[in-house]
Design a protein around this ligand. Sequence first.
Ligand code: XMP
Length: 537
Amino acid sequence: MEISSHEKVIVIDFGGQYNQLVARRVRECNVYCEIHSYRTPLAEILAMHPKGIILTGGPDSVYAENAAACDPSLFSSGIPVLGLCYGAQLMMHVLGGEVCRAPEREYGKTEVYLCGAASPLEAAAASASAGLPSEDKSLLFKGISSPTVCWMSHNDYIKRAADGFSITAFTDNCPVAAAEDVSRQLYAFQFHPEVMHTEHGFEMLRHFVMDICGCSGDWKMDDFAEKTVEELREKIGDGKVLCALSGGVDSSVAAVLLSKAVGKNLTCVFVDHGLLRKDEGDLVESVFGPQGAYDLNFIRINAQNRYYVKLAGVTDPNTKRMIIGEEFIRIFEEVGREIGHVDYLVQGTIYPDVVESGLGGESAVIKPHHNVGALPDVIDFKEILEPLRSLFKDEVRAVGLHLGIPEKLVMRQPFPGPGLAVRIIGDITAQKVRIVQEADAIFREEMEKAGLDRTASQYYAALTNLRSVGVMGDERTYDYAVALRSVNTVDFMTADVTEIPYEVLLRTSSRIVGEVDGVNRVFYDITSKPPATIELE
Ligand code: XMP
């Protein structure tokens, strides 16, 4: 089936922090979804034949000078529209309702009463100044009991719904938490159904997408891959493409998409900085190199010694990071000269990188990120391609599996760009790297045997810079202590220690001490994040 004929829902971006999350929820309903700026002309949006439109939240007030706006005829287009937070306020403002600065900013989890399900008395009292409460529960709240916890984050609020709307939900502070005009297919939520904190938010969005917009939900992430390959092929033509391949999930999936699109016009450069996990460089080469399944040019740069020389004697973690980043750029400069002309540079940027870098569409800057940037300064090219820019990690993995990339690569744990350099406290030497690689390989093997690899989010062995006395056979030893770390986390911002059974720890410890030369003690780090971080440096 031709991808463009798929039913789709368009998310119109007004600059909210959660706009990609809205798109993601729609995709979770197996409905294709695209995000477009509020600046996109309505005619262009309508030409995409969306089955529904969702207006996101945003930082503006509808009364602000140059506030993000939309073409009012959107609301008479006959296409179902759901406004969220700012999107809801804008809908009411444009259609003649009243939006005001709330006496108090409403933020956080809030009990929302659903009309038709709430007591009529409460509903009447809450909506006295706002319009008429609906006697029936909204179809969007089907199967959800009242009150229900929703996530609020707003300064302005809808004081009075526009004519024709009935109120379908309210809170203690918010007379119009939700409203709808079924005859015009217009729906408004003051809260954010897309975030996890809204208990039944996904169900609400699903009701909109499936029951109101009438989508059938036959789209899969697989279609994303086909569509992206097609688009890349069309865009690039016979241009030359360069990809810095780290062997991580994101750059691997991006590289395979490009290879499917342009074959040998793609060159992947893989820099082995000697700070990878054991055998990892060979794994990447076996997948992407000449023996692998993909049609592309693969260049492996073995730069281990070059890095060890630069890093010799350096102990400060951030200086290590800086040296590694800079050396990478120098290597690329040299490779760039050899490869010659490049039209496009591929980056495996994914959505969380975009948000953290403050590059996210209309949304505001949160914090700078270490993985985006730098390369573009030393390679002369026309444009950066970021085919995964709109996806979350698990979606990237789904695309990777669909493309047939080995599970071992696709399901890999996060691995820091500076690699083992941030898992070796103090200065780096080839011997220390060998110790960490071997200890880590043993730990990984034991975790896999125990089935813990399926539940732990990230685990590894690190080298403390501590040496201490031990006894091996009849000999005194003065060797390194290895630290094992394993965490369970959803977002990597906070993390719990994995409760590894004692026997797994004991077996790992005795294997490491027995099999890895230079180690006589093993510690298990039992600190959560915070106060510790996931990596040791
Ligand atoms: P921390 O140590 O900050 O780690 O708790 C959170 C997540 O980020 C990864 N991490 C890095 N990734 N470059 C990267 O590409 C880095 O310098 C870096 N430092 C930490 C870490 O592995 C974990 O998944």
